[in-house]
Design a protein around this ligand. Structure first.
Ligand SMILES: Cc1cc2nc3c(=O)[nH]c(=O)nc-3n(C[C@H](O)[C@H](O)[C@H](O)COP(=O)(O)OP(=O)(O)OC[C@H]3O[C@@H](n4cnc5c(N)ncnc54)[C@H](O)[C@@H]3O)c2cc1C
Length: 493
């Protein structure tokens, strides 16, 4: 350990994957870290809820990254706990089931030849408009139509996107599409469907790794290593950061409040923030100008109610995920935890489901009581999808989660730039993670960003903000994928 490491004390706000990954990387190099977390559990959105012995992720979370170095890091972290899951995802649309990713043969089978002709014509029209006549892409709708044509957009992207975001696609930024499906061309879909081409270099992924006892085991494993790694380290739960005072470069006072209202202030040489980017400027001193506060206030999130259902039935479906487009069904996606790992249910003659209801705090869905949300979801499962009989339900539980999805409205980029300009004046303050940077990260992105930020704090020249900006579709594995091998444990480096 060098002298710099001995003096450093990094305070990390939030024990989700991003914060814990930063702490993990710093712990490996002997830097003291204190992680301060509002919840009474680690993991943030990667929590796994346990109810009567049944384990429920907050919506099915798979481990997937195109970065093999990160996969190796993951294997070292999780060891024997990893199971492999075969992925079978479907879209429920107007009474039919379509495979996802979209398969052209399957669309023909379900929707008929006429639909595929319509899809082909509208695709050619949009190729003409966007590629030949350079029509500009101004929002999410334009981005999808440019990529797939208006028919496929309408069938597979419009309704689901509007259910997730609660806004018409015209009011959402095209950035979301470029982050999630840039590089996924209609030709890849056709090639996959017709030729079933799967070389070692390039294929849509059909298998993924998963922690046997639920996704929360990933953050839990990182937290275990942080606490074990150095007696000075801590992961403090039920502690909400309420104020950060900047005394000068690498000199901060961070104040947090416990559930009894007691305040504690700790000094830090660096501060890592994974708390929402819209909140951070409002608890910082010196305070920003009103313009920054306004930008911060207007960064929005979509919230989530998950309904965890326990069923007296061996299996409901074969799906890993089922995406439900229809607006008259309350939930937008479901998964059956047992299909991911048998350890998710205590009794193999029974099963469970997690149903995701996208909403915004205060809207008509959020205002329903837990009893009402659960009852409506069970009825939709029984009467509309025909998956269960109402009598199969042994029990259900609702979990309400705020700030689940950072919303990319049409102005979000400018707001983030204005906030970041202000934050640049705080030497030693770093933002990272999904809410922390207001970026639509998957857990692997947040972990990769966190690990790289750890390296940056250690003095390495790395650009952790580069993560999750690749231009290639994130579900295509390719030999050209970035290799960011900065975060191996020292002995293996
Ligand atoms: C329904 C759903 C399904 C998903 N599926 C997948 C998937 O299949 N694969 C995948 O890789 N990713 C998936 N994700 C995304 C994944 O959950 C996130 O990318 C990941 O959890 C982000 O980690 P983070 O640390 O950046 O943020 P978070 O998990 O949000 O962690 C931030 C932490 O900060 C804490 N915090 C906030 N404010 C304060 C404060 N003032 N003081 C102290 N602590 C504070 C929060 O309590 C939280 O614990 C899914 C997300 C959702 C909602």
């Amino acid at each position: 350990m060098n002298d710099m490491n001995k003096k450093e004390h990094v305070v990390i706000m939030g024990a989700g994957p991003a914060g814990l990954a930063t702490g993990h990387e710093l712990t490996v190099s002997g830097v003291r870290v204190s992680v301060i977390e509002r919840n009474d559990f680690v993991g943030g959105l990667c929590n796994t809820n346990v109810h009567n012995g049944y384990k429920f992720d907050l919506g099915g979370h798979r481990w997937f990254t195109k970065n093999e170095d990160l996969n190796n890091w993951f294997r070292r972290l999780m060891g024997e706990e990893i199971v492999w899951v075969e992925r079978i995802s479907r879209i429920y649309y107007d009474g039919g089931y379509y495979t996802y990713p979209i398969n052209i043969l399957n669309v023909i089978k379900n929707a008929g030849f006429f639909t595929i002709i319509q899809a082909g014509i509208t695709y050619l029209l949009s190729a003409l408009q966007y590629s030949i006549f350079n029509k500009s892409i101004n929002n999410m709708k334009d981005a999808y139509v440019a990529q797939f044509g208006s028919k496929l957009y309408d069938m597979f992207f419009r309704r689901y996107s509007e259910k997730v975001w609660g806004l018409p696609c015209e009011k959402l930024s095209a950035d979301w599409v470029s982050q999630r499906s840039a590089g996924l061309s209609i030709w890849t879909v056709i090639q996959e469907s017709l030729l079933k081409t799967k070389s070692d270099n390039e294929s849509l992924i059909e298998e993924f790794m998963y922690p046997r006892d639920g996704y929360v085991r990933i953050p839990e494993r990182m937290a275990e290593d942080i606490v074990k790694g150095d007696p000075r380290n801590s992961v403090q739960l039920e502690s909400t950061v309420t104020a950060i005072k900047y005394n000068g470069p690498h000199d901060f006072d961070v104040t947090y409040t416990d559930t009894e209202g007691n305040e504690t202030t700790v000094n830090a040489t660096s501060v890592v923030s994974t708390i929402p980017l819209g909140v951070l400027p409002r608890i910082l001193t010196p305070a920003p100008e009103q313009e920054v506060i306004d930008a911060a206030r207007s960064l929005e999130f979509r919230d989530l109610i998950t309904v965890n259902v326990i069923l007296n039935k061996e299996q409901v479906s074969i799906d890993t995920w089922l995406y439900v487009q229809d607006e008259d069904i309350l939930f937008g996606r479901l998964h059956e935890p047992k299909n991911w790992s048998k350890a998710m249910v205590p009794d193999q003659s029974t099963t469970s489901l997690v149903l995701e209801c996208f909403c915004t705090k205060g809207d008509h869905i959020w205002q329903l009581s837990d009893e009402e949300v659960g009852r409506r979801c069970v009825q939709d499962l029984a009467n509309k999808l025909g998956f269960i009989e109402v009598d199969d339900v042994i029990d259900f539980q609702c979990v309400r989660t705020l700030q689940a999805y950072p919303v990319y409205d049409l102005e979000y980029g400018g707001k983030i730039a204005r906030i970041n300009e202000y934050l640049a004046g705080f030497e030693g303050l770093h933002i990272v993670g999904r809410g922390g940077t207001h970026r639509y990260n998957n857990a692997d992105h947040s972990i990769e960003m966190g690990l790289l930020l750890g390296r940056k704090i250690l003095g390495y020249d790395v650009d952790y903000m580069d993560v999750n900006t690749e231009s290639e579709y994130h579900e295509i594995k390719s030999s050209r994928d970035p290799q960011r091998d900065y975060y191996k444990v020292e002995e293996e480096a």
